[in-house]
Write a protein that binds this ligand. Sequence first.
Ligand code: TXA
Ligand code: MG
Length: 338
Amino acid sequence: MENTSLLSDSIEDIQKAAELILGGSVVGIPTETVYGLGADALNPMAVKKIFAAKGRPADNPLIVHIYSIDQVQILGHDIPDLFYTLAEKFWPGPLTMIVPKNDIVPLETSGGLETVGIRMPSHPVMRELIRLSKPVAAPSANRSGYPSPTKAEHVINDMNGKISAVIDGGECRYGVESTVISFENENTIRILRPGSVTKEMLSEYADDVIVDKAILNALEEGRTAPSPGMKYKHYSPKADVILIDGDYPDFCRYVINNSDDSTYCLIYDSDNGKQLPCHYMTYGSDGSEQAHNIFARLREIDNLHAKKVYVRSPEKDGVGLAVYNRLLRAAGFEVIKV
Ligand code: TXA
Ligand code: MG
């Protein structure tokens, strides 16, 4: 394919992107969570191009992004009342809800499943693009397994020559992907991927909110993944990510005894890096800031050819759970407690 063109977030360029999508092409698009690789969700040939560009396994389903609430019943059926309560509260925004799919959603989009994950994004560029085109299937715009992109340049790095265009809509606000939930019954939710719509926030509207075991532990052998993404290696830079759980003085002690020239540390803004024997970067001081920065930092550290990166573990409540989950996966679920 020819070079990927870089589009601005002007109305004219969003229109160009919409035409590309209606014509069956793939476009990199900003959302409030991370950049996505968008294509017409209802066109199997277009959707296949997303899988090819990412190198994504065909059984890992794509989220379908909508513009208006009446598109929900076109895509899915047996929608519980709780779905609409949560849509009212959290849409447009970083929440994906899984429901049984209608035939209009191709099996290519749903990764062969009979369900579909639906999200109404809030980013104005993404909203306008969907309004001008169709429901848009969009995974994160990284190559499969690598940290998600939160800036247009990340998408160019991963996708140049593989997709038609990228719209530069600036830095993504949240920085981690949407919360993905399914419905156990009328009043019980299962979180399959934590995000910026937190367990605490969801608990206000449901009798019970279950955090799936696979969020904090590797998927048990023999268990069918409730979300296929759980099966695959994720978010990993080239450097080895080592997650260290503990207070800062203990973190320092561990690093002092276990680092060399190619080691980097990722610590809180409030930590004093001067005590460390190696290079360091900071990634924020609370869950929201850390979510905003984490993927960009992992990419920056890779660009510096680090071999090993020690990350000071985030808190595990609120948005911190989403950051912790991404880092756990990047670290292959190994945590060093200090
Ligand atoms: O914030 C986001 O959700 C971003 C932006 C672009 O919207 N998209 C995103 O998509 O993160 P992706 O494909 O990188 O991650 C979607 C996750 C995968 O782990 C997938 O397995 C799961 O959601 N998923 C999608 N549809 C599903 C379904 N029908 N059943 C179970 N899991 C599903
Ligand atoms: Mg992804």
